[in-house]
Design a protein around this ligand. Structure first.
Ligand code: NAG
Ligand code: NAG
Ligand code: NAG
Ligand code: NAG
Length: 268
């Protein structure tokens, strides 16, 4: 005990000599800090070691090869085939049992069997039946070449989901049924006026592994629109109707908005 004290006193003598200048005071302070750190060396070690260790662990997890935490689509090559609207329309036509006709400005001809019934069952379920949704569906129907007999109205989302889900037992002539469900969430069911905010649910009967398509820790940037990830979910999600139907719905809505008196006034 005594020895330690004398050693401490010895050390204190030196720095105290120039303790009157600013720099001297600062040096004194630092020296005191070092002494304190030395005394609680374990605490000091942990204070520096724990954050550094955690950072290293995170870094290590991100850089080990094959790690699940790696960004999956690193944009090393950002020149991808562009998915055009015509591509999407052609894809929708073909997956719904039609034949794409490039000649007549991209028209979809549905094929018939000897019974004069369509190959593959196509239905667009829509709801709720209001004047506004009726107008929307009439525009959408023309864009995707669905006839009146391919439409069926529903009164609730649950009803629509049941119908769309049932499509997998409806395959005919090895062409699977092509069911779409569009349900508009509206407050006013009487008016023809487009709502201020468009809110709708869109359904297709397939399922997609969106975890693969839009991975965790995604690097933002261009992606391969036609890439098949794990059996083609990404390609079909992009190409199989979802994107184009969303585009057509948005466009139909804008067309209806454009036509209303109110908006003509606000545009002016
Ligand atoms: C023609 O229609 C009948 C009755 O709808 C059906 O039983 C038959 O299988 C159909 N034939 C073909 C070739 O699809
Ligand atoms: C909804 O469907 C029923 C029968 O399925 C039909 O009678 C009715 O006219 C349809 N409503 C609209 C707005 O199309
Ligand atoms: C994009 O995906 C398609 C289909 O998987 C593939 O053929 C093509 O090479 C890919 N393009 C690039 C630039 O990776
Ligand atoms: C909106 O209406 C104007 C005039 O009627 C028309 O020229 C224009 O193409 C319309 N725009 C859309 C997006 O429908």
């Amino acid at each position: 005990m005594n020895e330690q004290k004398s050693k401490f006193e010895e050390e204190t003598k030196d720095p105290l000599k120039d303790g009157q200048t600013y720099f001297g005071k600062f040096r004194l302070l630092m020296w005191k800090n070092i002494i304190l750190r030395k005394r609680h060396w374990l605490l000091s070690f942990l204070e520096i070691g724990i954050p550094t260790g955690l950072m290293c662990l995170i870094l290590f997890l991100r850089i080990i090869p094959g790690s699940k935490l790696l960004p999956q689509e690193v944009t090393t090559n950002s020149i991808f085939r562009v998915g055009t609207e015509i591509d999407l329309r052609k894809q929708l036509c073909e997956t719904s049992g039609g034949k794409w006709n490039w000649n007549s400005m991209g028209k979809c001809n549905y094929r018939y069997n000897s019974n004069n019934s369509e190959l593959g069952d196509r239905i667009l379920f829509w709801g709720p039946p209001t004047p506004f949704t009726k107008n929307m569906i009439n525009i959408i129907q023309k864009e995707i070449f669905f006839e009146d007999e391919n439409l069926q109205n529903v009164s609730s989302i649950e009803e629509m989901d049941d119908y769309v889900d049932a499509s997998y037992i409806k395959a005919s002539n090895s062409i699977s049924a092509y069911y779409i469900g569009i349900f508009f969430n509206l407050e006013d069911l009487e008016t023809e006026e487009p709502p201020v905010q468009l809110d709708y649910d869109l359904r297709r009967q397939k399922f997609w592994f969106t975890g693969y398509i839009y991975p965790f820790l995604e690097v933002p940037g261009p992606r391969n629109y036609t890439t098949s990830v794990s059996g083609g979910e990404a390609a079909s999600y992009n190409m199989d109707g979802f994107s184009i139907i969303q585009t057509i719905i948005d466009r139909a809505y804008m067309q209806l908005l454009n036509g209303t008196e109110d908006n003509e006034e606000t545009f002016r």
